[in-house]
Design a protein around this ligand. Structure first.
Ligand code: SF4
Length: 232
């Protein structure tokens, strides 16, 4: 929980939110981009992979097998080859098979729409019990598909939040999910737009290797900028 003297972190988070949304545009959370099952499996394929390669891996897999049951029963080496555009395909193929097997065994079909009616903590626990599903993947599915109050933290959100000082140095991505959620309003629309605009900022301005700090619209809020530029 945030302590009273952490109010400034809440104010900083909201100041960043307002500027980043004004810079990159406000988006509507609904309707979901994809079916929840597709979102779940594509999010596994997206780990450490470009969007184009994630889409190609899914397309090749789906065109070959045509059903979740066929993917569950697929030969692991063959599935690995089909999803090879996705990085770490040799680890992801058995995870996808095992995840589908668990969902079909527990639910009687490859369908996770029931998460809509579960409290967010319960849905998160259930998703984390699936092989190959971590907190980032689970959070993305719960927010993007079911508009749950949860904060997905990918590499861009994590980097921007650390550099600005929104998160304490060395805060892990797992803990960042909790801390950022505490700082932001409990509104899925705000959480979604914070996630998307931080992601865009991390891709375009606050890049990993060479952040374009002089061009940054939130530099006046940023600890990294203060340390590197204002100390000169
Ligand atoms: S000032 Fe630099 S480090 Fe800070 S958020 Fe902007 S680009 Fe990132």
């Amino acid at each position: 929980m945030l302590m009273p003297n952490d109010t400034r972190q809440h104010e900083k988070a909201m100041a960043m939110y307002v500027i980043l949304v004004a810079t990159y545009g406000e988006r509507q959370l609904k309707p979901p981009r994809r079916e929840p099952m597709v979102e779940l499996i594509m999010t596994i394929l997206s780990q450490r992979t470009t969007h184009a390669n994630e889409a190609l891996a899914f397309k090749q897999m789906w065109e070959h097998y045509g059903s979740w049951e066929a993917i569950r029963d697929a030969d692991t080496a063959e599935l690995t080859a089909l999803i090879a555009p996705s990085n770490y395909a040799e680890a992801k193929a058995p995870h996808i098979k095992a995840t589908l097997a668990q969902i079909i065994r527990e639910r009687g079909e490859a369908n996770i729409d029931f998460l809509e009616d579960l409290p967010v903590e319960e849905g998160l626990r259930w998703l984390l019990s699936l092989p190959g599903v971590g907190v980032k993947t689970a959070s993305l599915v719960l927010l993007f598909n079911f508009s749950k109050r949860i904060m997905p933290v990918d590499t861009h959100v994590h980097r921007v939040s650390l550099r600005t000082g929104l998160l304490a140095p060395r805060t892990s991505a797992e803990k960042a999910h909790i801390h950022l959620l505490e700082m932001l309003p409990s509104d899925p629309h705000v959480l979604y737009n914070f996630h998307v605009s931080c992601l865009r900022h991390g891709q375009k301005i606050c890049t990993w290797s060479a952040p374009k700090c002089p061009d940054c619209p939130i530099k006046h809020l940023c600890d990294y900028y203060r340390t590197v530029y204002e100390a000169e």
